[in-house]
Design a protein around this ligand. Structure first.
Ligand code: NAD
Ligand code: DAU
Length: 337
């Protein structure tokens, strides 16, 4: 085993929970989760896994230090973040607090304890991609939303700890993930559950924006490949390596769920909406990793999971907090079409 005791922050969220499950499958049995359980974190995502979960904030330095000391942690994998672009437009401050300051606190503890630090970043740090370019890890950062700006800031902090203190760091920049346990605010689970409820699907603008929809299992195996075989101080993109339009994603969803196109509504666009993300994954593939799902297959598999797991998502849809968010984000948009 490459690591003896792993702290996974944000392990009760979508990708973190899938990653913890992968670690256990691969025989990494000493795993501790630190999660604040924000609206996006759910204990159900790790139900039955037997993993110790500390409920707390990555910005609490004493708590993080205590967890690392008490568990002999030799690797921190940082998934904890505020993650939704639309939420960052509505309420940006918490994004700098968690994504920048919280990451900084984790880096400080990693430096103090001289342990490996892996940071989960995003392809959104490259900004909107023109022409047929595929972002390389060496490309300049050009984030355009409060979310992506906070993630880019964190990436720079991580790199600074590698250069300045020689901290053993790696970064992965994942593209748009889909699959089991994703919170309903994100487009695929939102549209899948709306469709099952025969509610309209609010497509921002013309729906021709392009995303590299990646199955979460591919993202998780990519992260593990970097942990086990990646070079210290390096950054690796993770994605299917091909992108489709949101309209194409939508067609797959409707077909999988056997729902009509009449549910589609084009609504007011997202402010500053990035038109296209596209990453080159050649550097990660050189470690022997390969994505198993093309974007359309990943979207179909995700839609199927929500179809088969209504008891997972129905309580969230019915919660007053989700309904308040949904109304704030969509009521006006849907009433004007
Ligand atoms: P998510 O929103 O589903 O989960 C985030 C988790 O972090 C939640 O469990 C939440 O409770 C926890 N959290 C938030 N603030 C915290 C804090 N201050 N202290 C401790 N825990 C806190 O997110 P996700 O989609 O699973 O994303 C995980 C990571 O992957 C993020 O860093 C995100 O930027 C990155 N990422 C996401 C995607 C994607 O498509 N979802 C793609 C690329 C990268
Ligand atoms: O690319 C990686 C990023 O993918 C991650 O860093 C983020 O954490 C994750 O949320 C995701 O960001 P996106 O903005 O791409 O995901 P989202 O699901 O919000 O939107 C995907 C696309 O669908 C985007 O072009 C906006 C569009 N969309 C989204 C919503 C919620 C709609 O058309 N209507 C919607 O209601």
């Amino acid at each position: 085993m490459a690591f003896s005791s792993i702290l996974v922050t944000g392990g009760c969220g979508f990708i973190g929970a899938n990653f913890v499950r992968l670690l256990l499958e691969r025989g990494y049995n000493n795993v501790v989760v630190l999660d604040k359980l924000t609206y996006a974190g759910r204990l159900e995502n790790l139900a039955g896994m037997g993993v110790p979960i500390v409920v707390g904030d990555i910005g609490n330095l004493e708590l993080v230090r205590h967890i690392v000391e008490m568990n002999g942690i030799d690797l921190i994998v940082n998934f904890a973040a505020e993650t939704h672009v639309d939420q960052s437009i509505l309420n940006p401050f918490v994004f700098t607090e968690t994504n920048v300051r919280g990451t900084h606190v984790l880096l400080e503890v990693a430096r103090e304890k001289k342990i490996r630090f892996h940071h989960i970043s995003t392809d959104e740090v490259y900004g909107t991609i023109e022409g047929d370019h595929h972002s390389l890890e060496t490309d300049i950062l050009a984030p355009r939303s409060p979310y992506s700006a906070s993630k880019a800031a964190a990436d720079l902090l991580v790199q600074s700890y590698f250069v300045t203190y020689g901290l053993q760091t790696t970064i992965t920049r994942g593209s748009n993930n889909v699959g089991a346990y994703q919170f309903l605010e994100k487009v695929v689970p939102l549209f899948a559950t709306n469709a099952m409820l025969d509610l309209p699907l609010p497509v921002y603008g013309d729906g021709l924006q392009m995303r590299d929809y990646t199955h979460v299992s591919d993202h998780c195996t990519g992260i593990l490949a970097v942990l086990e075989k990646g070079s210290i101080g390096e950054i690796y993109n993770v994605g299917a390596g091909q992108e489709i339009t949101n309209m194409a994603m939508l067609e797959v969803l409707l077909e999988t769920l056997n729902k009509p196109r009449s549910l589609i509504r084009h609504v007011t666009d997202r402010a500053g909406h990035d038109r296209r993300y596209s990453v080159s994954v050649k550097k990660l593939e050189a470690l022997g990793w390969k994505a198993q799902y093309a974007p359309k297959e990943a979207v179909a598999a995700a839609a199927k999971w929500y179809l088969e797991n209504p008891t997972y998502w129905q309580p969230v849809r019915e919660s007053s907090s989700f309904q308040a968010y949904y109304n704030r984000q969509y009521a006006k948009r849907l009433e004007t079409v």
